[in-house]
Design a protein around this ligand. Structure first.
Ligand code: SAM
Length: 240
């Protein structure tokens, strides 16, 4: 089995039996006026920090969210876009998409402003995103790309670049290693799937991002979590 299949199996299990605090340190979800995060969705917060930055979400952007998890950030992005189909959330794991759909239905019960049509759940993966070239304003991923081996990380970044509109942005939040992680830990598929051993150093990660054509960087340190660096990347506008 490849490490990607192991990761998919792992996420299928934790979609069916949630594990609180699975990835990174558990932090309180971003609080927004009038947004209630259902308890079942919060339990499945498998991310590090946040990719949702309110000041960057004006003009009801079309958002492609890669690796939906329990749907927490999809709901948060929908809070800003508030229109049918504005958030497209992709995941290759059927059980995870089902869990996200259940949690988003709870979200609709608990938030009068939210309609499940605001989020479209789609089967797909980071290497073959199910949307057209140049079709989205923003791509977000939280605690997924660090799972990928370096060559696959580059593939995922290039695929991201393909789907962004000119001037679109990639927002990501991933663990970063302060020094290279020992090879035997990197090869441990379960630790990698748990976001514990696949992290690159900051320099390695940035080089991959630049090589993928996403060259204009605005870097933000996440003050809430000790293990993640949020990286906001402006793309295309300067690359084409
Ligand atoms: C660590 S979880 C993060 C979930 C969510 N982003 C969050 O912050 O709670 C990783 C997610 O990526 C999904 N995933 C695994 N392999 C993937 C792939 N190749 N492409 C896209 N998503 C993938 C998993 O099913 C899971 O939902």
């Amino acid at each position: 089995m490849t490490y990607l299949k192991s990761a998919a199996e792992f996420y299928s299990q934790v979609a069916q039996t949630p594990e609180v605090g699975l990835c990174c340190v558990q932090s309180t979800a971003l609080q927004l006026p009038g947004l209630v995060v259902p308890a079942a969705m919060q339990e499945m917060n498998y991310g590090c920090g946040t990719t949702v930055h309110p000041t960057e979400l004006s003009a009801q952007p079309t958002v492609l969210y890669v690796g939906v998890g329990g749907g927490l950030e999809a709901l948060q992005f929908a809070y800003f876009s508030r229109r049918a189909g504005a958030v497209i959330a992709v995941d290759p794991v059927g059980a995870m998409r089902e869990a996200a759909a259940r949690n988003l239905a709870l979200g609709a019960q608990e938030n009068p402003w939210f309609d499940p049509s605001f989020v479209t759940l789609k089967e797909g993966d980071a290497f073959a995103l199910p949307v057209a070239d140049g079709s989205v304003d923003l791509v977000a991923q939280n605690c997924l790309f660090n799972i990928f081996e370096p060559a696959d990380l580059s593939r995922a970044l290039q695929e991201t670049f393909r789907v962004l509109k000119p001037g679109g942005r990639l927002v990501m939040s991933d663990p970063i290693a302060t020094r290279p992680i020992p090879e035997h830990l990197q090869q441990d598929e379960r630790l990698r799937a748990m976001c514990l051993s696949g992290a690159l150093t900051y320099e390695q990660y940035i080089q991959r991002i630049i090589k993928a054509g996403l060259a204009k960087l605005k870097l933000e340190l996440d003050a809430l979590t000790v293990c993640s660096i949020n990286t906001t990347i402006s793309s295309r506008s300067i690359c084409c």
